[in-house]
Write a protein that binds this ligand. Structure first.
Ligand code: PLP
Length: 478
């Protein structure tokens, strides 16, 4: 600390007297500066390095330090307002204007201000991430032969095989493409399966990041409502009939945001309806490894019940590890795989090999199953802590479904509540919550908020966050 401040003071003093020297003239030697300013040689070296970095002096090893030629004045600020016209002008020729809007995604990605309880996070709190196991895996990965070379374009065969085994039912490594997490896989799938202007059926409510992808690709999301058993088949069939859509995007397991699981009866019906429409299902299986330890046996992925290649399956390691372990997979059968592969390689080339190697090391390590077990217990106890605190302190917020997997509770606000006013009041009270509006692709039936219990440090922070939410509810009610 002291060293840093004395460097700063010396820089200031030297700047103050720089005008005494003409351009190219030599400054006093380092030793002279040490004696004159009574500072250490390290301080002098750092101060001269800073002046050099600012372009005020040049240092020639063995010769000394000289005053530099003054830098040219910075160019005047340009006028970028023409871009507003250019960025909007192409909309005139598009069937469905592309709308590139990241706000729905950033709500759960951006870090809240310090001191604010983060109930809007989209990933595990650092204390829940397998940091040591990931660090060890990355270190081992970096030493693997060829780790920094070009990987096979579809991904490392062993990693593709690991994802294929996760689905079973005859899926093999040849059906798998490695992607940079789920977001990249969803982007590839939507761009591959629907041309700009096409309708795409989506659950209502659903993950705003997927809606953002659809809109940025010029697609038209058409909402299909669900209930506690999952998407409603009769409405799905009606939506296909009304729109002629060729794609339906769904999260059958621990849906984001509602947490519901598609029931066994509906699974078969949904697959039948989509097949009859000659369409694809994009199955976003993002939460399979976020199962709580009190859940019953999990249904297999839809892709496991699909010999005919109707399902394009998406999964990712980020949610159960870290947002930065951006490794996921796209799984598909039939000619569509070639289309997916082409779009993926054009957009991304490939996922960095060290990250793929690290993912392989991680899932093959003894720490992996320990981590999955511990997350399963942690998520259940946090879910229970949040549910109990809400039922006690905020019974007016309806919780139609308590999930047995995932990170979130989805709460319906009392009729007449101003959702955005509540979200702002919550932030003022010190708790960040995700507003429900971005989860709906059309007008929502009611106000909602989504609360994550995974992005906070533990039960005490959950209790504090709920108290702050109570304060916000009181503020907007009064
Ligand atoms: C339902 C769902 N799918 C996919 C993703 C994308 O996650 P990632 O790209 O980190 O794998 C998210 C992230 O929030 C999500 O909630």
């Amino acid at each position: 600390m002291h060293e840093r401040s004395s460097t700063g003071e010396l820089v200031k003093s030297l700047k103050g007297e720089l005008d005494r020297y003409s351009v190219g003239e030599k400054l006093p030697s380092s030793r002279a500066l040490v004696e004159r300013f009574r500072v250490s040689p390290v301080t002098v070296a750092r101060a001269l390095a800073q002046l050099a970095a600012e372009g005020l002096v040049v240092t020639r090893p063995g010769a000394g330090t000289f005053r530099a030629r003054p830098l040219m004045a910075p160019p005047p600020a340009g006028d970028t307002s023409w871009q507003e016209v250019a960025l909007s002008a192409d909309a005139a020729t598009e069937v469905v204007p592309r709308a590139v809007d990241a706000s729905g995604v950033l709500v759960t990605l951006a870090a809240p201000p310090p001191g604010v309880v983060e109930f809007n996070g989209g990933y595990l709190h650092p204390t829940l991430q397998p940091e040591q196991a990931m660090a060890a895996a990355l270190a081992r990965a970096g030493r693997r032969p060829g780790a920094w070379g070009r990987p096979p374009m579809d991904g490392l065969p062993e990693l593709r095989d690991w994802f294929a085994r996760g689905i079973g039912a005859g899926v093999t490594a040849a059906d798998v493409l490695i992607t940079a997490g789920g977001q990249s896989a969803l982007t590839t799938a939507l761009r591959a399966l629907a041309p700009p202007g096409a309708p795409v059926l989506v659950e209502s409510p659903t993950y705003p990041g997927m809606l953002a992808i659809a809109r940025a690709s010029g697609l038209r999301p058409v909402p299909v409502p669900g209930d506690p058993q999952g998407v409603r088949p009769e409405l799905l069939a009606a939506a296909f009939a009304a729109t002629g859509a060729r794609v339906f995007v769904t999260q059958p397991l621990f849906q984001n945001p509602t947490g519901t699981v598609l029931t066994p009866e509906r699974r078969a019906e949904v697959l039948r309806i989509v097949h009859a429409a000659g369409a694809f299902v994009v199955e976003d299986d993002f939460a399979r490894r976020l199962v709580h330890d009190d859940a019953g046996p999990l249904p297999p992925p839809l892709a496991a019940d699909d010999p005919d290649g109707v399902v394009v399956h998406v999964c990712s390691l980020t949610k159960v590890t870290s947002p930065s372990l951006r490794v996921g997979a796209l799984v598909a059968r039939g000619p569509v795989l070639e289309r997916l592969r082409a779009i993926h390689v054009v957009d991304n080339f490939f996922v960095p090999r060290p990250l793929q190697e690290a993912a392989l090391e991680l899932v093959g390590s003894p720490a992996w199953s320990r981590h999955l077990r511990s997350i399963s217990g942690e998520l259940r106890s946090r879910r229970d802590a949040m549910t109990a605190a809400l039922r006690l302190g905020l019974p007016q917020l309806a919780l139609p479904h308590v999930p047995s997997g995932g990170y979130h509770l989805w709460l319906r606000l009392p009729d007449g509540t101003d959702e955005s006013a509540l979200v702002s009041a919550a932030l003022r009270a010190g708790v960040a919550v995700a507003p429900g509006r971005p989860y709906f692709s059309a007008e929502p039936p009611a106000g909602h908020i989504r609360l994550s219990f995974a992005g906070v440090a533990g039960a005490a922070e959950i209790a504090e966050g709920v108290r702050r939410l109570q304060t916000a509810c009181e503020e907007i009610a009064g």
